[in-house]
Design a protein around this ligand. Sequence first.
Ligand SMILES: Nc1ncnc2c1ncn2[C@@H]1O[C@H](COP(=O)(O)OP(=O)(O)O)[C@@H](O)[C@H]1O
Ligand SMILES: [Mg+2]
Length: 246
Amino acid sequence: MIEITDLTIKYNDTQILNHLNLNISKNETCAIIGPSGCGKTTLLYTIAGIRKATNGQIKINGEVLTTNRKETGVILQGYGLMPWKTVWDNASLGLRIRGVSKQEMNKQITAILSELDIYQHRNKYPSQLSGGQQQRVAIARALSIKPDLLLMDEPFSALDAITRESLQSLLIDLYHKMNITIVLVTHSIEEAVLLGKKIIIMHPSNGCVKRVIDNPHFGDHAFRNTTEFFQLCVEVRNEMEGLQEC
Ligand SMILES: Nc1ncnc2c1ncn2[C@@H]1O[C@H](COP(=O)(O)OP(=O)(O)O)[C@@H](O)[C@H]1O
Ligand SMILES: [Mg+2]
């Protein structure tokens, strides 16, 4: 679904991504992991069509990406909710921009807020919600447009461990229910191993992909308690600490 070829991004004269190549299949989840500053957000913004490539290209479903696509849902770091809008108005923003009728919008937003268990908070403002509830609103807004691709930047890193685990499980459930490709960026090894069917390890400083690991255990809720889970975490950690080049 996503073919990234020779992608190079520079900020002024500093090279952030460097001839990066990556393929992501349709209806797969892919976790991009790397230390802070290695270029994860830059890569995600470029896949979203928000940032332009200095060189190279991204194709989505065979088409060269030139701007943001209407079928891509994006959740930026820090949720990106508007503090002056209620849960309902934040969640329905995407559909309103797309000119969906009021009746259809009411139906869809009621369904997605119920699915995410936040319908009862629909008249509250973001500041009246916990971090986990705010993230649910951001997920509802991104999913309301029925995206074929969902991009998430460090979606659960600001949450406490219990809330994080329940939202990670929710994301796995949503993935199984919807025909969707998910690309998420994280600096957590455990999160990458839990949520990535494909785990993309970025080089800490060279702006390229160091290794791609296929994760056959993805999607199994019991996976996080198994020895295979911890083995895979160790494999990812060793790869991140290794000194070899891309
Ligand atoms: N708008 C910008 N202008 C200049 N440099 C930037 C800008 N955004 C990010 N950078 C730099 O690019 C590098 C990669 O940033 P980023 O993609 O945010 O990394 P990550 O998400 O992995 O932490 C960092 O060194 C950062 O300082
Ligand atoms: Mg980042």
